[in-house]
Design a protein around this ligand. Structure first.
Ligand code: ZN
Length: 570
């Protein structure tokens, strides 16, 4: 295999691709034996694997440098052709569910592939193609506004990720000033965000109606390939987070305010864990990667081998730089059987969160590489996030490698961030459910609704006289709301599972690792709740699950009170 930089990219000839695909599909449909049908099935997967690998290479290269004209044009090519590609896959799914030798295929690949096919069929029809293209275009428009942010601070032009790092300054005036700059950027573009989203909501609603749904909610669930839970179960789960977790987080914020010695506590103080500064990794990206090699090797042999592979083939692009898209993600090049990690390291402890998180995703992709079908390299998102969020906790005993004597402070902060995330995560979900149930709401009504939900789940949040945020503009920066509707709750469901791995690894690390690796190897071959059971975890929807982890976390927080390093508590 070649290193990432040396990979050959060639734009697929779509007409030729389509002809090859249809030929293989024909063989599949008219196969005269189970063996023949399985062979045609494999051929279809090979053809898809090449196309998807080229598409992913473009997506990665484009996000590494959005100013690169060559890959900008290639990205446009895939934006334009992806819906047609999905149309072909749709035809394949239709053939799959009525395959003559379905039983033998099911024997090899299990039933999840057929569940995916059935759900996907319900989300597509040729009549919605132009609306899907519009949806893609609107999401790209959103990403461009975020990635092209160039904000001057102290004479230096910075992107949003670089500025967010300065927001962690111990000097409150700097935090306030930089937050105003960041918030100001979103405020300046608020009309564009509101308009893009308004068009997205209306486009998605139209798609839902055309496909025979009442509104986008159920379609959104089908798109997320949720086969074993519905929006009612999610609503009950959100109520659990409200009753069990919101009071704990509220208390933690009061403690945090005391620890920071502040008379008032504003949104720009929330990310600040200690008056004397949050723990920082003790070296740069290259140094972090070296520590990570040691950590993963000691954690588990399979995980160690995986990380060696990632570094050997340079499948990581970690540091933030001009014209790089925001955020972090992991993807998988199926033809190469290799994952790829993208992030924006900025020198804060967040770098370690992202590294361990994305390594969890990448390790799972790597562990599932021999499934040889596109549908099984990753499971549905809520299951995916179990691998990543659990890896963050499984790496805890090695935090001294990155933070030295601040390791325990990092763990404390990480725990507080993880639990505080739950109410925010369900807010994003409740907002979206409301939005798609009320597709004709005005932009102002939508923003008011966000602020209402924010006040319910984040009662401590105060915006220091910022009218834009007081009027409900914060959600503009949550890219999932634009790009992947209903995704966000998945992080919280997975967090509840990750807490269980944390609890179990504290009691018996070897057993917890066995279950974790079994989960990773299963890839996407099972549904969410089946995977949860396979890993010997309890369902987040089950009565008592949230309560059980809450009790454990509360105990741990009581025993590990976090303090400022040098400054006495006020
Ligand atoms: Zn993730």
């Amino acid at each position: 295999m070649k290193k990432f930089q040396q990979l050959n990219y060639q734009r697929p000839d779509f007409k030729l691709f389509e002809a090859n695909f249809n030929h293989a599909l024909n063989e599949f449909e008219y196969a005269s034996s189970a063996g023949e049908q399985t062979l045609a099935f494999k051929m279809i997967n090979e053809i898809r694997s090449h196309f998807e690998t080229m598409m992913n290479i473009v997506s990665v290269k484009h996000s590494i440098n959005i100013a690169d004209k060559f890959f900008e044009v290639e990205q446009e090519f895939f934006d334009e052709h992806e819906p047609a590609y999905r149309g072909l896959v749709h035809k394949f799914y239709e053939a799959l569910i009525c395959a003559k030798y379905r039983d033998s295929l099911q024997e090899i690949y299990g039933k999840q592939l057929f569940t995916i096919a059935e759900l996907t069929i319900k989300t597509f029809h040729e009549s919605i193609l132009e609306y899907l293209q519009k949806e893609n275009q609107l999401c790209t428009d959103y990403q461009k506004i975020i990635a092209s942010a160039k904000i001057k601070y102290n004479g230096k032009v910075m992107n949003l990720s670089e500025l967010n790092a300065i927001k962690l300054s111990t000097d409150r005036n700097i935090r306030r000033e930089v937050s105003y700059l960041v918030d100001g950027y979103y405020e300046k573009h608020q009309d564009e965000f509101n308009n893009i989203y308004d068009q997205l909501v209306k486009t998605r609603h139209t798609i839902a109606l055309k496909l025979g749904y009442k509104n986008f909610v159920q379609l959104g669930y089908a798109r997320m390939l949720r086969s074993d839970y519905d929006s009612k179960m999610v609503a009950n789960y959100r109520d659990k987070i409200f009753s069990e977790i919101v009071p704990i987080v509220n208390d933690l914020k009061i403690e945090q305010q005391k620890r920071l010695g502040l008379c008032d506590f504003y949104s720009y103080d929330e990310a600040m864990d200690f008056a004397d500064g949050n723990p920082k990794p003790l070296g740069n990206a290259a140094w972090i990667v070296e520590q990570a090699k040691t950590m993963f090797k000691e954690l588990n042999k399979e995980v160690g081998d995986f990380f060696e592979f990632m570094t050997k083939y340079e499948l990581l692009d970690l540091e933030t730089k001009p014209n790089k898209a925001g955020g972090g993600y992991c993807t998988f090049f199926s033809e190469l059987k290799a994952p790829f990690i993208f992030s924006n390291f900025n020198g804060t402890s967040h770098d370690i969160d992202v590294l361990t998180h994305e390594s969890g995703h990448a390790f799972q992709g790597y562990s599932s590489r021999y499934w040889n079908i596109e549908e099984y390299y990753f499971p549905t998102y809520e299951a995916c996030e179990i691998h990543s969020m659990s890896m963050e906790f499984l790496c805890w005993p090695w935090m001294k490698l990155f933070f030295g004597e601040d390791a325990n402070r990092y763990q404390n902060a990480h725990m507080q961030h993880s639990i505080s995330f739950l109410p925010y995560g369900v807010s994003v979900d409740e907002f979206q459910e409301w939005v798609y149930e009320n597709p004709n709401a005005s932009i102002t009504e939508r923003n008011n609704q966000w602020r209402l939900i924010e006040k319910k789940y984040l009662p401590y949040r105060k915006y220091d006289n910022n009218a834009y945020l007081e009027n409900g503009g914060f959600w503009h920066r949550q890219s999932h709301i634009f790009k992947t509707p209903f995704y966000y709750i998945d992080y919280t469901l997975a967090q509840v599972c990750a807490f269980q791995f944390w609890k179990r690894s504290n009691a018996n690390r070897v057993d917890a690792m066995k279950d974790y690796i079994r989960l990773c190897k299963a890839g996407g071959s099972k549904s969410f709740l089946e995977l949860v059971a396979l890993a010997n975890l309890k369902s987040p929807f089950e009565k008592g699950t949230v309560e059980e982890i809450t009790a454990e976390i509360n105990d741990w927080l009581q025993q590990n009170k976090i303090r400022n390093k040098v400054t006495a508590e006020v």
